[in-house]
Design a protein around this ligand. Structure first.
Ligand code: MTE
Ligand code: HPA
Ligand code: MOS
Length: 779
């Protein structure tokens, strides 16, 4: 055991290394099981949901006898069969699992009214499809449009206000003023794996639910309420999701609850897997926003005062619309100092699916508004938009307080943008674009460079906590469990790297197991981009406790000080002698040293006052910028992203390869939102017309620009985050604002940049063509 040895030469840190996703090989080989791939227990039944055919109505009756008579059907039930609360709202109790019986309101086309359980999924779906015939209801006029709801004062949560200084006075005194009315659409998550839950009855009233969810603890809590049992009787497990993007933060609840209730009623395992069309019809999306904005500015385009009214389409219930709107208001500043500002946020209640978290959580909708305004200001002043943006950047040590009172003391936007602009040749290409447009009457080019700042932390203080459980086995292998969920973002890979690093082990020595409410209690959703910040720190805490125990034991046994014991490359060096990590573990075990530990982390220094809408809601800010060049066809409205350059701040990256993947993915997903993804509701029936990939178009590999340069900024986080890294999940979603404004720039070229193009997002082909025609008419 006590062989003298020095450490091998390769003592490189495990964190900071580019590693493939821990499941990458399994993903591409089809060997990474998702919930639906897990072996089904004998006797498993399948559920389907009967959906409201009306956008708005009063439920009179459901003829379940007809549903029960369908072949293969074992059970069918309505809200009255739910043993506990018919409720799956996350914050506000306004979300029934199933529409609550005769006299209850039908709130949107696709709202679940009854559940069918059958021997096969096909049989369940056929029976559920009788919904239109077996549901009798009185029709009421629906409200589909957020502005119409706003006019009627219909909201899902009380209006929010955030103000600083005297915006009205600053606007009145400003030498220039722009007034704008525009909007941005909603966005379907389009996770590749749809919503699914598989409920397995356990002994003595227990229920286990395998669920594709970002929030196992909330699923546990809501299932317990629906079953009218204690939380300790419900176990929720999620090994991985095929994407969540915010769509499985709260909205996996209805699926989990129905599966659990069906399993309780039948005493059999029940799986509920939504068909893609049903997923579109039942679950909500990113909130579309309408804006009315007035901005006063000086000759350089510096903002003196801004007033903005944001109206979000919240859909039929509150869901997360309150925190989403709060984040929207807290991101209206984006990277800019706004001395006087008055914002109002309305979450309008409409007869559509209930909108929810989606990558950025309102932040993109808030920041889009100021970017749109600065773009217009620059055009009206005849200045380059980047110049106007730079003139408004937050200062360092001055002009550095956000409208909600948090100091921006880690501001790196000016040097970051300078580096990107120089690196991508912004100035030269601006001239090249102008030269191209001067001689090209049909095809027009556009260029834009936009910055981003994104606040990291849940904007609800208490959610910023996490737990972990680390087991060291006698062979030196390590099993980690933490409260976060894996949805493709690489969280488990990063957490394994943190634990391997802490214990001086090779990456392969560490395995992360499925997220399980029986291992870590009361977890927060894996959301707000905080997964690795929170769970990384909690797992580090657990691993550190084990290492400290091992070090104390080793020093006592072999001499020296505990803090001098070295753990690296799977070896441990103590008092000049080295041994395998496993050897030390065995020796420690025989001395009855605890080789497993829990860990906990709570983000320090956060505060938020809902009444005054002020405080320090964010631990730090993530920064980034992108420059995009587009080509549009002014005869057809078709467009193409020719080139994109990104410089993004992830602090000291835990894993550069994963971070670049997140940035690329976020960029393309955001580009889809900005340009091609369009939701259309039938104005007469209120039904979502774009409920399948045939009519709802997301970007594909062909939409990735031929030249796509993504670089990490590489400066460590000023805050003591996990290894000085920064969160990366959501912020890159704002990078493709540059694509939208490049398109707007190209459209503007049609009128010699004298007319502000009336173009809202998404800038679809039709929208671009209409804007071109409007600019031409006005020029
Ligand atoms: N990346 C993949 N591949 N799949 C996803 O579902 N969700 C995004 C982002 N990146 C998502 C993703 C969202 S909305 C969030 S909040 C973060 O990942 C959550 O994970 P993190 O906190 O570990 O970054
Ligand atoms: N992001 C995601 N989910 C949340 C947040 C947030 O900021 N706040 C509350 N739930
Ligand atoms: Mo992400 S929208 O916070 O799940």
């Amino acid at each position: 055991m006590n062989r003298p040895e020095t450490l091998p030469a390769d003592t490189a840190a495990e964190v900071g290394r580019s590693r493939p996703h821990e499941s990458a090989a399994a993903h591409v080989a089809g060997r990474a099981p998702y919930t639906d791939d897990l072996p089904e227990l004998a006797g498993t039944l399948h559920a389907a949901l009967g959906l409201s055919p009306l956008a708005h109505g009063v439920l009179r009756a459901v003829d379940l006898a007809r549903v029960l008579a369908m072949p293969g059907v074992v059970d069918a039930f309505c809200a009255d069969a739910i043993p506990g609360e018919n409720q799956c709202g996350s914050l506000v109790k306004d979300d029934p699992i199933l529409v609550g019986g005769a006299g209850a309101t039908l709130r949107h086309v696709g709202q679940p009214v009854f559940a069918v359980v059958a021997r096969t999924r096909e049989a369940a779906r056929r029976a559920a499809a009788l919904a239109r015939e077996v549901i009798s209801a009185e029709t009421l006029p629906p409200v589909l449009d957020a502005l119409q709801a706003h006019a009627a004062g219909q909201y899902v949560v009380p209006p929010l206000k955030l103000a600083r200084g005297d915006a009205a006075a600053a606007l009145a005194a400003a030498p220039h003023r722009v007034e704008l009315d525009f909007g941005v659409g909603g966005q379907e998550h389009f996770y590749l794996e749809g919503q699914i839950a598989y409920a397995l009855p356990q002994e003595q009233g227990g229920m286990k639910v395998l669920c594709s969810t970002q929030h196992p603890s909330e699923m546990q809590h809501l299932v317990a309420h629906a079953l009218h049992c204690a939380s300790h009787a419900v176990q929720v497990e999620c090994r991985r999701m095929g994407g969540g993007f915010g769509g499985k933060e709260s909205q996996s609840a209805l699926i989990a609850c129905v599966a659990a209730v069906a399993a309780r009623r039948t005493g059999r395992p029940v799986k509920l897997r939504l068909d893609r069309d049903d997923d579109f019809l039942i679950t909500g999306r990113r909130h579309g926003f309408r804006y009315r904005l007035a901005l006063g500015h000086d000759e350089e385009g510096r903002v003196l005062g801004a007033e903005v009214v944001m109206v979000a389409n919240a859909g039929h219930s509150a869901d997360l619309s309150g925190p989403v709107m709060t984040r929207a208001l807290c991101h209206f500043d984006n990277a800019y100092w706004l001395p006087n500002v008055a914002m109002q946020g309305y979450a309008a209640r409409t007869n559509t699916q209930s909108n929810t978290a989606f990558r950025g959580f309102g932040g993109p909708q808030g920041a889009f508004a100021i970017e749109y305004a600065l773009d217009s200001v620059a055009r009206r002043l005849g200045r380059d938009a980047l110049e106007v943006r730079r003139a408004n950047f937050y200062g360092v040590g001055e002009r550095d307080i956000t409208p909600y009172g948090q100091p921006v003391d880690d501001n790196i936007i000016a040097p970051l943008v300078d580096e990107l602009a120089a690196g991508c040749g912004y100035a030269v290409r601006r001239e090249a674009v102008a030269a191209f447009n001067a001689t090209s009457p049909v095809l027009k080019k556009g260029l834009a460079l936009t910055p981003l700042k994104f606040g990291i932390s849940f904007n609800v203080v208490h959610l910023n906590q996490a737990g972990a459980l680390v087991h060291v086995y006698l062979d030196g292998s390590v099993l980690v469990n933490h409260g976060g969920t894996e949805m493709g973002q690489g969280l488990n890979t990063k957490v394994a790297q943190v634990v391997a690093h802490e214990l001086g082990l090779p990456f392969e020595a560490v395995r992360v197991s499925a997220t399980d409410t029986q291992k870590i209690a009361n977890t927060s959703a894996t959301a707000a981009s905080t997964g690795s910040d929170l769970n990384g720190k909690a797992a580090q805490d657990a691993a550190r406790r084990i290492r400290e125990r091992l070090a104390a034991f080793a020093a006592k046994r072999w001499g020296g000080e505990p803090q001098e014991v070295l753990f690296a490359n799977g070896r441990v060096v103590v008092a000049g002698q080295a041994m395998d990590f496993a050897e030390l573990c065995n020796a420690a075990y025989l001395e009855r040293v605890q080789l497993w530990s829990e860990g906990f982390y709570a983000t320090p220094g956060l505060s938020w006052d809902r009444q005054t809408m002020s405080g320090n809601p964010f631990y730090y800010f993530a920064w980034g910028a992108a420059c995009s060049e587009v080509l549009i066809d002014t005869l057809t409205g078709e467009w193409r992203l020719v080139r994109a350059d990104v410089l993004h701040d992830v602090g000291a990256s835990l894993n550069p390869a994963l971070d670049i993947g997140q940035i690329e993915g976020g960029f393309i997903q955001g580009m889809g939102w900005m340009t091609m993804e369009e939701l259309v509701w039938n104005p007469r029936t209120g039904a979502l017309a774009t409920h399948a990939p045939s009519t709802y178009k997301i970007p594909t590999a062909n939409d990735v620009p031929a030249e796509f340069n993504v670089h990490l900024y590489g400066r460590p986080n000023a805050r003591d985050s996990i290894h000085r890294s920064k969160a990366v999940g959501e912020p890159p979603l704002l990078l493709p604002f540059s694509v939208f404004f490049a398109i707007r720039d190209a459209v503007s070229a049609v009128g010699g940049h004298r007319v502000d193009p009336p173009l809202s997002a998404p800038a679809t082909g039709e929208a671009i063509l209409a804007a071109v025609q409007a600019v031409r008419a006005a020029a």
